[in-house]
Every structure is written in C-alpha cells, then in structure tokens.
Design a binder for this molecule. Sequence first.
Ligand code: TXA
Ligand code: MG
Length: 319
Amino acid sequence: MSEISRIFPITPNTLLQAAKTIQAGGLVAMPTETVYGLGADAYNATAVARIFEAKNRPSFNPLISHIADLNFLPDYAETDERVMALARHFWPGPLTFVLRRKDFSSSLDLACAGLPTVTVRMPNHPVALDLIRTAGTPIVAPSANRSQSISPTTARHVWDSLGDRVDMILDGGACSVGVESTIIDLTGTHVVMLRPGGIAKEELETFLNEPVLLSHGNPDLPSSPGQMLKHYAPSHPLRINVTQPMPDEFFIGFGTIGQGAPLNLSPTGDTREAAANLFAYLHRADEQTDFPKIAMAPIPDTGLGLAINDRIRRAAYRS
Ligand code: TXA
Ligand code: MG
C-alpha cells in the first residue's frame, strides 16, 4: 500500500466509511469551498484532542463547528433575528459566526476551548454537507495543515502536510474559494470582523445596512482571533505545577501525582486524554463550593502537554 492510500475518491462507499470514521472518533480531512478541513466529531473531546495533536498546535483555539442544517442552530447556539437572517442569506458559504453557546455539554468544551461561545459555519460543498449529515454530528474542522503552514486547497496538500496523522482524506478536487472563511463575532451589539476571508466586509455591510467593525485597532475589542481566549479563566484562583495541594484547594491530578485527587486528567499520564478532559474539569473545579481554590498537578511538555500548559498558564495568570 502506498502513502497515497489515505486519499480517497468520493463514492457512496467512501463517504459512508468517512462518516463511520468520524463517529468512531477518527480524523477525516474533508473538502470545503474555502480550504480543506481536518474534521472530527465536535462532541468527542478525545477526537478533538487528536486534531490539536495532528496539527502540532501549541495552544487550544476554538474550532469551527461545521453544520449542514440550519434548524440545528437554535439548539446549539443563541440565535436572534440578525443571526438567522445572516445565516439564511450567506449559508452555505464562507462566513463563520461566533455566537453565544447554548449547549454546555462538557463533551463540547474542548471544541469551544472552554469559552462560552461557539463558532459555527455551514460550508458550501456537497461532500462536506453529505459527510456532516451522514455522520449525524457537527464536525469541527480547522484548516487541514500543520500549525504555521499554509492552508491546503487540494487533497494532496493535506497529505503532504499531515500524512498518516489523518485517517482518511476525501478528495473533492481543488477548493473553489481558496481562502478561509470570514469570521464575524455576533455576540455583541455591533458585528465585529475577527478574520477577513471569503465574504467581503462590504457585502456584509450592504446586507446588514450598518457598519461592520474591524477588531484591529479598537482597544475595546479583541484585536485578533485568539486574543479573546485570554478572557477565559476559572473564577477560582488556579495554582499550577502543584504536587501537594493546600486544604482549601480542589486538586486536579495527572498521572501518578494526585492518585487520590477528586479528579485526574489522565491516571495513565496520557496527554491526549488530559487535553480531552481539561476544560470540563476546570469547569467542574470552578463549581466546587467547598473549595475556593484550584490546584493542578504538573503536566509534561510533551505531546499535547505543551498546549495544556500554554492554556493553564494563561488561566493561572492574574494581574
Ligand atoms: O474556511 C475556514 O474557516 C476553514 C474551513 C475548514 O472551514 N477553517 C478554518 O479554521 O480556517 P481554523 O481553525 O484554521 O481557523 C479559525 C480561526 C482560528 O484562528 C480560531 O482561533 C479563530 O478562528 N476563532 C474561532 N472561534 C473563535 C472565537 N470564539 N473567538 C476568537 N477567535 C476564534
Ligand atoms: Mg488555519
């Protein structure tokens, strides 16, 4: 079998196999109209952790949930008339919304990077839409390339960047748009563009009949995607690299440190498992009324440990 065996032509059989791979927690690279996405079941935190691992992402960014049915949106995210009007007009298409989260299932926490927002788009590509429908779950997908490299617009690009870190690559030919989607934040009064992309600012302004703000340059707005992440921290103070918790600290263990702790990110010391549990456990720790503080065991800087440490260092930071 050659390396190219991970690239599959689109047939009813390969689509079904890809949907089963998603359901089983695997990674499927799928074509969209913008770029190829590295897809996983949004509700499977272990599969989502594998995405970060495959991309070598040094930190956890919120991922875009790709959906195929507009009727699903109101259960997933807070919607209003503006959201629904934009969705009806621009979807399926290269426009992504940051919305307030409605579904607070802990299995969705890693996909949302622990934020109270969810990032959603409906791609305009028959293969992506078919895959989402057949898998029966929203598919989170960042661009299917290693971190810091160029977004892939062909199946071959995906293979060259990620190789056998992906279980299947569906070959839908070259992407028609070729740049990523435009991302807009719809959580506030004004529409704020977080990333320029396949839909122009002017198009949005014409449709909305009001100005769209750019996040860059406005001190009251996040200046780039990812900056908002700094705002997420548990409300209980978090101390990290702890081997011996204080009596008022809710201890989150890792591996052999904290075997008796109320929660252990991964008793076997597996950083992928730890990543999958991280945000859900931080939320649980934050809900403890008996413990006003949180302490976390040291996490090694290997595998997904790097991203975990990046995240908890920021969560632990207090000015
Ligand atoms: O066209 C696209 O959008 C492609 C295709 C596959 O859909 N996807 C894509 O995903 O470009 P990704 O993860 O490579 O880029 C999404 C960017 C990331 O930088 C992420 O941090 C940012 O959007 N982002 C997502 N949700 C956010 C949020 N709630 N706040 C701030 N930034 C967010
Ligand atoms: Mg990307």
